[in-house]
Design a protein around this ligand. Structure first.
Ligand code: AMP
Length: 380
């Protein structure tokens, strides 16, 4: 067992912030590295190193100040994680895991080879690959860049050959994955955490609703049969074991009738796990800290049904109105991330509502959502 006092986090967003708050509660020091000063995570961490993610001198400094380094998003350069590992620093999850999760083609191939179900897909590096994919996968399909996409960016739904060629042209030489479009009934995800001793625990399966590619609402537990939920968890555990990941991770699935398809692996804490701060006795953030610090992992227990609502900016001001009314409900918890500008679709905050069942929590969440709006601050 390692003696860990200080945790390093690559990335300074809200996931890092919530991870830091839980780590601090558990007695750890936290240092974050992120290019923008006074980041959501930097505001609550012991220190923030203000540097680019590919600044290897700064990355080396982070490694020197910490006993373990982790990350809160997967689009950090693999070379930075490799540099830490080559310096003998402990990085959890490892660079090998990050490499797979950063590349949709490697990821889908890995998941398929692990025996899990995925929608038919093909890699597209050039025009002849595209024609082959059109023939073998067919339409409708989703074309995605293999790297760097998030929240629905870098992807195109294509319904015919003309669409597919247009997407290929727009991608401008980026390597692509051509996937069969899944007309799913719902999207679900599951957060798991795996320790260095191989223990894996899983959180309840959640149902995720998106708006313009950005997560809007998470419903817990997902409205799927026990049998589907068990299959989702079992595939997520299999992926975690095969990856040998250490830390929390999230696997997203499409559910279509009685079929499930893995969509994506996030080797980190995830937006769809925010609810766990308020609705389970151990949050995904605590589970991650426990996993990377060699503390015991315990099975999460759900207190009540829960609905998490993301509060996104609208570009109409930086002051959130309606908080007074929102907080009148005893079953509602608000989490605000400390970002100054509520730009359009920027994740600014979230709230979680608990209820006796999903219908009750959803009804309250919908009312609560309607209470909130953004406005410009009064000028004095
Ligand atoms: P992703 O970045 O892969 O998570 O995709 C963003 C969103 O696009 C997903 O949450 C789905 O709503 C949609 N999507 C992605 N891939 C597919 C697919 N193969 N079939 C249908 N919808 C998809």
């Amino acid at each position: 067992m390692r003696d860990i006092e200080t945790i390093g986090i690559l990335g300074g967003g809200q996931l890092g912030r919530m991870l830091t708050l839980e780590a601090k509660r558990m007695g750890y020091r936290v240092v974050t590295l992120e290019p923008l000063p006074n980041s959501p995570c930097g505001q609550v961490a012991d220190e923030q190193i203000v540097a680019a993610y590919d600044d290897l001198r700064a990355i080396g400094e982070l490694g020197a100040r910490c006993d373990v380094v982790t990350y809160e998003f997967e689009n950090i350069p693999l070379a930075s994680v490799r540099a830490l590992e080559n310096d003998g620093r402990l990085v959890r999850p490892s660079g090998d895991v990050l490499r797979i999760a950063q590349d949709r083609l490697l990821e889908k191939t890995f998941v398929r080879d692990a025996g899990c179900t995925v929608a038919p897909f093909a890699g597209v590096s050039d025009a002849s690959d595209l024609e082959r994919a059109i023939e073998t996968i067919g339409f409708p399909a989703v074309v995605k860049t293999t790297r760097g996409g998030y929240d629905g960016k870098g992807q195109w739904v294509v319904r015919d050959v003309a669409d597919a060629r247009a997407a290929f042209a727009e991608a401008n030489g980026a390597v692509l994955i051509f996937e069969s479009f899944v007309p799913f009934d719902l999207e679900v995800s599951v957060i798991c955490a795996r320790g260095s001793d191989g223990t894996i625990v899983s959180f309840p399966v959640t149902e995720n609703q998106h708006d313009h590619g950005v997560l809007a609402t998470t419903i817990v537990p997902a409205r799927v049969s026990d049998e589907i939920a068990a299959r989702v968890k079992s595939q997520a555990v299999t992926v975690g074991e095969k990856l040998g990941i250490i830390g929390a991770y999230c696997i997203e699935f499409f559910v279509m009738a009685d079929q499930i398809f893995v969509n994506e692996i996030a080797p980190r804490v995830h937006n769809s796990g925010h609810y766990s701060l308020d609705a389970t006795q151990i949050s995904q953030y605590e589970a991650h800290v426990r996993a990377i610090c060699d503390l015991p992992l315990v099975t999460p227990k759900l207190f009540d049904a829960a609905v998490m609502v993301n509060i996104l900016g609208t570009n109409s001001g930086d002051r959130l109105d309606g908080v007074h009314e929102l907080l009148a409900d005893p079953d509602t918890k608000l989490h605000v991330y400390g970002k100054r500008h509520a730009a359009l679709r920027r994740k600014m905050a979230h709230f979680t509502v608990l209820g006796d069942d999903v219908a009750a929590a959803l009804a309250k969440a919908e009312t609560a959502r309607g209470l909130l709006s953004w406005r410009a601050p009064r000028s004095n």
